[in-house]
Design a binder for this molecule. Structure first.
Ligand SMILES: C[S@@+](CC[C@H](N)C(=O)[O-])C[C@H]1O[C@@H](n2cnc3c(N)ncnc32)[C@H](O)[C@@H]1O
Length: 179
């Protein structure tokens, strides 16, 4: 099993800093959707006063809570299609490696509902990330299938939102948009 490493990638760290420079009012609260066990959620406490992680997996949520310590982050089990927070209660939603699990048709109305100003920050893996499949015997086929899914959902999602910045690299892309 990989070690628990609460950190953003270098590219994501730069992108979040840039987002905050451009939209300083977002600094109050972040919602991390599809937060897994919180490894990308905890680093957000450096930038936001309150951070809530939401994930459909009770196992992931329990693991995130177990690592919580003194962090500002809290965690709730919930689904992209019915996000368990109040209307207009969040300044920015982040999704790390999780957009491709969502259906943009149900996700986007929920994002509109929970966000005050509609800002969403997305970071998804690319071919050079290998998506953690490197050690698997079918790594190439699994990566190819995953990249097709990532690209399909990205295109569907981007067709429906106002793109503020989109930065694709071999390691993955970052997208800042308004829903
Ligand atoms: C690849 S993991 C990414 C976890 C975390 N964001 C990270 O980068 O470390 C994708 C996460 O999305 C969650 N997920 C998948 N479908 C979901 C849904 N419909 N609603 C909420 N979470 C979901 C999974 O449980 C999983 O923890």
């Amino acid at each position: 099993m990989l070690p628990y490493t609460p950190a953003l990638s270098y590219i994501a760290e730069i992108a979040v800093q840039r987002l905050l420079e451009l939209h300083s009012y977002v600094a109050a609260s972040a919602l991390d959707l599809g937060c897994g066990n919180g490894q990308k959620t905890f680093p957000l406490c450096k930038y936001f006063k309150t951070v809530v992680g939401v994930d459909a997996s009770p196992h992931m949520i329990d693991d995130a809570i177990a690592h919580r310590g003194e962090s500002c982050a809290t965690f709730i089990r919930g689904d992209f299609a019915k996000i368990p927070v109040d209307d207009a209660s969040v300044d920015v939603v982040t999704m790390w490696n999780s957009l491709h699990y969502a259906d943009p048709k149900t996700l986007i109305p929920e994002l509109k509902r929970v966000l005050r100003n509609g800002l969403v920050f997305i970071c998804e893996p690319g071919p050079a990330s290998r998506y953690g499949f490197s050690d698997h015997k079918d790594a190439d086929a699994m990566l190819a299938r995953k990249l097709i899914q990532i690209d399909k959902v990205r295109r569907e999602f981007m067709d429906e939102v106002e793109v503020i910045s989109y930065a694709p690299t071999d390691m993955g892309y970052t997208l800042v948009c308004r829903v």
